[in-house]
Structures are given as structure tokens and as C-alpha cells.
Design a protein around this ligand. Structure first.
Ligand code: MGP
Length: 352
């Protein structure tokens, strides 16, 4: 069972006001709660708390042509639509056709084939019709890692600032009462909603077409932004493309797969759409509780420096950041950096 935290009362007002500021009309859904298992172990290391989430990967499906067709379909109480299974009454979420749904390796462009091989790690329900665009293929969070992060972020209202094709958003919908999911791409937002419908959680998520920095500034400009507060912000921004491990590699001449070759330390300056330290500073005006999903070759000193070590509370406690390594089997995939009340042992930072 997950831990209980104080959380805000979800309500429509907050995003409604922001949509007005952003000049948007449409909103889509609301919320729920559920439980998953806590997987992390942690150790105290030199002022920061480091932890590891060891997650067994689902089998990799790499070369077997037509494997999906050979697998028995799960029995789901869902309406069958062309190319997928969506919940009853959710046919209008069907984004089939916006991007291809690959079922065989031979259909996939060569540069995406290594991601296609991991499709069931990204979405265990991939065969039910999950859809990813190119950016989605190389940046979606594998489902088990997304579940782990969602458990850590359990709260009332969470903002997924860069929702992409919905990997994290779907996981948050299972642990948080309300999910606000933003993306600047209408296609990706439609794919995220389609995928959430396949998982049966689309009605718990409010999808908003918006640039996060504009959204954040609009939110902060509301007369009383914290009246309907956002408990947690999840930041999983673009890292600058699939060559983030090897910045000198180009799309035409990519670095070899498998994390080999000369890896350079990743710096926050490479984060998009604004430098990662500015993105963090803006976010902390919304909430102290931030989960920041960053590359495995991240310069850790830069992450530590995001927290102002000179600041302490009335009881002399200084903030620490917890950096969780996300392992799948023997492979380190990424880091999740937990700030504020999300860090283990730092529950005192969670608002009472
Ligand atoms: P990867 O290293 O590109 O993939 O990304 P993989 O399959 O581990 O590659 P290999 O070459 O090492 O075998 C690892 C994970 O990082 C992905 O599964 C995504 O969850 C995440 N990720 C990758 N990119 C390029 C981004 C990005 O731009 N933004 C975010 N938020 N996550 C990313």
C-alpha cells in the first residue's frame, strides 16, 4: 500500500482559469486513486540520498516477426475499434491512423527498430493498439519505471509537464487523484489520450495543449494560485534527442547502441525548452515537490546545486535531493531526482 499524504482538493477551477489565460477552451477529464508496490531501497551518501529502483524488465521482443499476432489477446471488457481497444464510450479518443501502429519489425524505420524491440516494456498493452510518434518511441518512460515513479509521487494533484505519449501520465492516473497532462504537440496529446483510454484511465486525466513554461507563468499569475494547488510537478523534458549520451553524434552518424562509445556528462544546459536549472526554478515556485527525470549520464553535482544548501528551516534542517537510479534488469535507464517532500526522510517538507 502507498503512503498517505495530505493533498489538495482537486477541482476544475485551477486549469479552467489557466486555459482562459492561455486562450484555450477544451478540457477533458478528472481523477482516481489506486495502489502499486514500493520498490526502492535507499542509502545515505555524502549529503545526498541515493536510491536504486531495481525493476525486472519484461522480456524483450526484438526480432520475431509477427509475434504480436501469435500472442493471445487479453480478455478485456472494451469496445473493439479499428486498431485497438478503447473503453466504452471512448471511441472518440481513438487516434488510430495518426501514426502507424507497427506490428512487425519490417514495418519500422531502421532508426526506430531498437525502440520497437522494447515496445512491451514501454506499454505492456502495446498489442492492444498503443500509439507512439517518433519522439514518443525514443523518450517514453518504460512502464515499470513509470509505475515506480508514480508510487513515489502519490498525491492529490500532479502535473505532468511534458506528457508525451502518456507513459508517465497513465501511471500517475493510478496513484494520484488528479492528473493534469501538458504537451505542445496536438498529435502527441491525442496519442496520450488514446493510450490512456486503452489502459482505462483516460477519464482521470485532464489533457491540455500547452507549453509548460507558459502554463507555469500563467498559473503563477493567477490571483491566488495556491488556493487550488498542484501537489507535485513531474518534469520529464526533452533531453535534446536520442544522442543525449553522445552530444557530438549526429542523426546521420549516431553513436553505437548499448551505452558504449565516449559518453559525455549531460548538463542541465542541454534541457529543452529552457535550461534545466531555469526549468527547475520556475517549477519550485509552484511546489517544493518536484520529480525530475534526467539522463543516466547526468552531472550529479548540478542536480545537487539545484537545492540551496544554505537554506535551513527553523529546526536547522537542510533540504536534500534524492536521486533514484532506474534500473531495468542490469541496465541503468535514467535517474529520477526527488525534491521537497518526495525525498525519503524529508516528509517534513510536505505541506500539512
Ligand atoms: P535511451 O538510452 O535512448 O534508450 O533512453 P535505451 O533503449 O536505453 O538505449 P541504449 O542505446 O542504451 O540501449 C533510455 C531511457 O531514457 C528511455 O527509455 C526514456 O525513458 C528516456 N529518454 C530518452 N530520451 C532521449 C529522453 C528524452 O529526450 N526525454 C526524456 N524525458 N526521457 C528520455
Amino acid at each position: 500500500m502507498g503512503k498517505k499524504r495530505n493533498s489538495s482538493k482537486p477541482g476544475p477551477l485551477l486549469t479552467q482559469n489557466i486555459r482562459e489565460l492561455l486562450g484555450q477552451g477544451e478540457v477533458l477529464f478528472t481523477n482516481v486513486a489506486a495502489s502499486t508496490t514500493q520498490l526502492s531501497n535507499s542509502n545515505e551518501v555524502a549529503g545526498a540520498r541515493l536510491s536504486t529502483a531495481a525493476i525486472e524488465p519484461v522480456p524483450i521482443y526484438d526480432t520475431t516477426e509477427g509475434l504480436d499476432d501469435a500472442q493471445p489477446k487479453k480478455k478485456l471488457k472494451r469496445v473493439v475499434v479499428e486498431g485497438g481497444f478503447l473503453g466504452p464510450g471512448l471511441e472518440h479518443h481513438n487516434a488510430t491512423g495518426l501514426v502507424p501502429h507497427y506490428t512487425q519489425k519490417s514495418q519500422v524505420p531502421p532508426h526506430l527498430q531498437k525502440y520497437f524491440a522494447q515496445r512491451k516494456r514501454y506499454f505492456s498493452m502495446y498489442s492492444e493498439g498503443c500509439l507512439l510518434d517518433e519522439e514518443g518511441w525514443f523518450s517514453v518512460t518504460p512502464e515499470r519505471i513509470a509505475d515506480q515513479i508514480a508510487e513515489r509521487c502519490r498525491c492529490g494533484t500532479i502535473l505532468d509537464a511534458f506528457c508525451g505519449v502518456g507513459g508517465n501520465t497513465i501511471a500517475f492516473a493510478r496513484t494520484c487523484e488528479r492528473v493534469i497532462a501538458l504537451d505542445t504537440s496536438p498529435v502527441r496529446l491525442a496519442l496520450a489520450r488514446h493510450n490512456a483510454a486503452i489502459y482505462g484511465v483516460a477519464d482521470r486525466i485532464e489533457f491540455i495543449l500547452a507549453d509548460y513554461t507558459s502554463f507555469a507563468r500563467s498559473y503563477l499569475s493567477l490571483p491566488n494560485p495556491h488556493a487550488q494547488k498542484i501537489d507535485v510537478v513531474f518534469l520529464s523534458p526533452p533531453w535534446g534527442g536520442p544522442s543525449y549520451l553522445h552530444p557530438s553524434a549526429s542523426e546521420d552518424d549516431p553513436a553505437p547502441p548499448g551505452g558504449t562509445g565516449t559518453q559525455t556528462e549531460y548538463t542541465l544546459a542541454s534541457v529543452l525548452p529552457i535550461p534545466g536549472d531555469e526549468l527547475f526554478a520556475l517549477t519550485r515556485k509552484i511546489t517544493p515537490n518536484v520529480a525530475y527525470f534526467l539522463p543516466r549520464n547526468m552531472n550529479i553535482a548540478e542536480v545537487g546545486a539545484l537545492v540551496d544548501a544554505s537554506v535551513e528551516d527553523a529546526e536547522g534542517r537542510k533540504e536534500k535531493v534524492e536521486i533514484e537510479e532506474e534500473w531495468m534488469g542490469n541496465k541503468l535507464k535514467a535517474l529520477t531526482c526527488y525534491f521537497g517532500g518526495l525525498a525519503l526522510g524529508q516528509e517534513w517538507m510536505w505541506p500539512q
